[in-house]
Design a protein around this ligand. Structure first.
Ligand code: GLY
Length: 317
């Protein structure tokens, strides 16, 4: 019988203790990951996931999420979903209830969620709206290089300002808000889940790495599982989660596998001084993580933990 294990990204501690309780009671890694991420999505103090997530450039909260089962490599995901508080559950339903499909986006994903009975909800909390507006009021429109912004219509100025904001937000301090949870249950099954509201002021319709297998999420029970947070466009381009798992397949530790995958992604040209982070577990239950900056951590609970522990990630710089 395998030892129980859960790791998660920064702020996953809102859901990991309940997820470990599920494993201790004999529940599956799939159930544990979904439950852990639901609690993170419902955490109103968290502005990077679920209800209370910071909205896109149009002021709408759009969510991405995915879940992957290591033994079968079954995968379910949704992207750019509005008005449903728990995209991780819709992602699971895509995997389990929709033959042949792995990823639904936008209106189609919302129609599917209605059809399987998920409840709609308002995701933009007053606090998230105020944070969004406050940054928008501070936009230095005149800083848009080479453009006579005064002569433009409000609509065009607004969109340019939103693009400026995307640039401003990209390198902000502290962890990007996406949440990863990876769990291993008694049977040795490994499941990896990812949920996010993406980055604030993103272009409407933007889907990041959290919904894409091999980019932000990958699980293969033979070798392990990995997930990413941070600039999703980099892990989309680098195939980062799959690279981590491939590195572990070739014998690297979880930490080295993450570190090498981040080094590869860091070499991609990127105007936004992006930071990417990843974490992983091996098939035999070793774990590790890496990040672009010092002081980053991931969260861990084992069978004997009484509370989440924080472990350092290996820093690239
Ligand atoms: N890594 C999450 C995102 O880029 O949306």
């Amino acid at each position: 019988m395998a030892e129980l294990l859960i790791i998660g990204s920064e702020r996953s501690e809102a859901g990991i203790p309940a997820a470990m309780e599920i494993l201790r009671r004999g529940g599956s890694a799939l159930e544990a990951v979904e439950r852990g991420l639901i609690l993170c999505e419902d955490n109103l103090a968290d502005h990077y996931v679920g209800t209370g997530g910071l909205p896109n450039a149009r002021g709408e909260v759009e969510l991405d999420a995915s879940i992957m089962v290591g033994s079968s490599r079954a995968f379910g995901a949704v992207g750019a979903v509005k008005n449903f508080p728990n995209p991780i559950s819709i992602a699971r339903a895509v995997m389990e209830k929709l033959p042949q499909h792995a990823l639904l986006v936008g209106q189609g994903a919302e129609d599917f969620a209605d059809s399987v009975g998920f409840k709609r909800a308002e995701l933009l909390t007053p606090e998230a709206k105020e944070l969004w507006l406050q940054q928008l009021r501070d936009v230095p429109v005149q800083s848009i290089e080479g453009e006579n912004t005064k002569a433009m219509t409000g609509d065009v100025r607004y969109r340019l300002a939103a693009i400026e904001l995307v640039k401003k937000f990209a390198p902000h301090e502290g962890p990007w808000g996406t949440i990863n949870i990876i769990a291993r249950d008694r049977s040795g099954e490994i499941v990896c889940g990812v949920s996010t509201s993406g980055y604030p002021y993103k272009h409407p319709g933007r889907v990041g790495d959290s919904s894409i297998p091999g980019a932000g999420n990958y699980a293969d029970s033979r070798y392990g599982a990995a997930a990413c947070t941070g600039r999703g466009e980099l892990s989309l381009r680098g195939g980062t989660a799959r690279t981590v798992v491939e590195n572990m397949r070739h014998g690297m530790s979880a930490e080295d596998a993450c570190f090498e995958a981040l080094k590869d992604a860091r070499n991609l040209p990127d105007d936004f001084r992006a930071e990417l982070r990843c974490l992983a577990i091996t098939a035999d239950g070793h774990h590790g993580g890496a990040a672009g900056m010092e002081g980053s951590t991931y969260t861990l609970m084992t069978e004997s933990s009484t509370q989440p522990e924080f472990r350092p990630r290996k820093a690239l710089l």
